[in-house]
Design a protein around this ligand. Sequence first.
Ligand SMILES: Cc1cc2nc3c(=O)[nH]c(=O)nc-3n(C[C@H](O)[C@H](O)[C@H](O)COP(=O)(O)OP(=O)(O)OC[C@H]3O[C@@H](n4cnc5c(N)ncnc54)[C@H](O)[C@@H]3O)c2cc1C
Length: 482
Amino acid sequence: MNKQDTSKSSFKSEIAGTVSGFDPQTKTWIPVLSTKKSTELPHLDGQLFIDPALLTAFADDVGHIIHRHPAAVLKPGSINDIIHMVQFARQHRLKIGARGQGHTTFGQSQVAAGIVVDMSTLNAPPLISSDRVEVGAGVTWKTLLLATLAHNLMPPVLTGYLGLSVGGTLSVGGIGGSGYRFGAQVDNVLELQVVTGAGQLEICSPSQNPDLFEAALAGLGQCALIVRATLRLVPAETHTRLCLLFYADLPTMLHDERLLIADGRFDHVVGYVLPGPDGQWVFFIEAARYFSPPTAPSNARLLEGLSFVHGAEQLTDLPFFDFANRVEAEIEALKANGRFTLPHPWFDMFVPDSQIDEYALNVFATLTPDDLGPDFPILFFPLKSQKFKQPFLCVPDEEIFFLFDILRSAPDDPVVVDRMLTSNRELFERARQLGSKHYTISAITLSKQDWKRHFQPVWGKLVIAKHRFDPDNVLTPGPGIF
Ligand SMILES: Cc1cc2nc3c(=O)[nH]c(=O)nc-3n(C[C@H](O)[C@H](O)[C@H](O)COP(=O)(O)OP(=O)(O)OC[C@H]3O[C@@H](n4cnc5c(N)ncnc54)[C@H](O)[C@@H]3O)c2cc1C
């Protein structure tokens, strides 16, 4: 077969995987090449796909634990496509949900027998002005950061990995090492454009349509799909002094994390725990101070009064973007060696400061390196609740709290995955009794009752918003909240 024939045949199979209509009687899609009379599909600037390989890809996420097959995947060519498909889903009682980069770990972005909107095609270049950026929801934080740094600006909070979509992290929260100073990414949003479950395009902000604005931020796509966001920017520095400070034990590390967020000498503070070469746990703080030469921070001032193991500290200066993008190389390595497709039953919990030492020490009393796996760390982000202002990002009712993540990777063995999920549930219940809230990216088996309890005291507010903005409950079934 010559080159021209090959491309013709792949064009034909791509067309065969797309849809020209819908049969409302049987609730089935009519493929483009079918001779069956098709009806009812709205005009689309993009395409709707039913190709089995694509549906299988969208029945997965980074957790690789839950697999729910959608009936179709929309690759929108415009915001209008999303409006039309939400209206269509509503008319035909089909579920519909957005997928950013699919980096949640327990089926949150999946839609069984419904429509997944692949937001990655909503990726028009960011529009940047002196203190803000307007961006499509499908753009990744990496693309956004590269664009803003060209103007010496940056979003105040960056997630550890930048390959996540703006709409995806705004739908869950978005936690970073500067969170103690600026809250979550959802606390730094000026305006949103959303498509509600009623199929309406709405603009919302703290002053315009504030109930919808609140419901969209960390709202897990329950009331609306975010299609564009206007985000706050702050001045960026060109360099980072990265300090890795090692600790003899967990309480000393947590003590120094508290000290660092009290005086704010670093721009970024995260506690790490990794298995050491002899199976013991290694504790260290990743602390970063941003600067632009010729000015540079004083090491004596940065390290003053801290209780790390002196002599073991590692200090490096690197360009700011290289620091911000530090996790990408690790993810690419995991993709290259095939380990990124292993199951990831992640456990992520916001734990009150008064409880974290005892709770975490209890966890470490039985946790082994095998319970974590070799690919990702355990994390302790120190955070301040006064900076967390969005009601649906539920955090403990205490001045300081920690995001405690056990980023597990499991072998491809259902028995081990089940054991980790059972452990996640036990750890969740123990933490919940202590006033903790789970971070909704986690792989924790939850009932509707658990969700109701999670959203207290704002559950009533969420129910009202759901009825108002998604009256037929078509949006985002993945988390299983409604
Ligand atoms: C390697 C790695 C590193 C990570 N690091 C961090 C970190 O440092 N900090 C942190 O907070 N989190 C982190 N996460 C978790 C991450 O923030 C969440 O998984 C986030 O949801 C990922 O964005 P996504 O684009 O993949 O969203 P998806 O997983 O695709 O979607 C998440 C949820 O939001 C919904 N959704 C997606 N887009 C939209 C939209 N536009 N409108 C409405 N609803 C939408 C989906 O339906 C789903 O319910 C990390 C995850 C991984 C795998």
